[in-house]
Design a protein around this ligand. Sequence first.
Ligand code: FES
Length: 199
Amino acid sequence: MEATVEKCRCDQNTELEKVIAQHEGEKDDLGQIKPGGNGVVDASSDNELIKQQLESIIDEYRGKPSGLIQVLTKAQNLIGYLPAWVQTRVAKGLGVSLPEVYGVVTFYSYFSLIPKGRHKVAICSGTACYVKGSKTILKTLRHVLGIKTGQTTPDSRFNLEVVRCIGACGLAPAMIVDGKDVYGRLEPEQIPGILEQYA
Ligand code: FES
């Protein structure tokens, strides 16, 4: 029987990072639509303005399956996440199957199927942090926030993620909030106080 070798995701993530960097900040440039208080817009399929803007994103790559990641990145920048109706429109517009779109969305951790919270809490699972007890910190975060990894709190205040090395190995175990506030040499009892700083 032939062995199945899973391809390493590192290269693909690098590609995705390039696309994300390319389109970073485009949410503001897209203009009229402003995110709501939780950082996402009203993403219901009844929102005509959203639909129009999504269609103009799709138009750039209409009929071109190769533009899938670019379109998904822009759509997520616009809406904040990628609900089913958005995936359906993208699939139709680019001429790819819905399972293929869903496959890409769930493959890359950058893409989200659910609305994100106002604050992104990311605990590092890199080697140094793991050795220094990031697992216990993650357990505490889950307990304090009352959610699992990848979920958003019901009040849309936080979402919890596990990431690879954040470049603060000397401070292990470390976590980063909103992509900029790094907290290191963490002890479980510090977690509630840190989270309190974020409204
Ligand atoms: S391993 Fe956690 S910051 Fe590098």
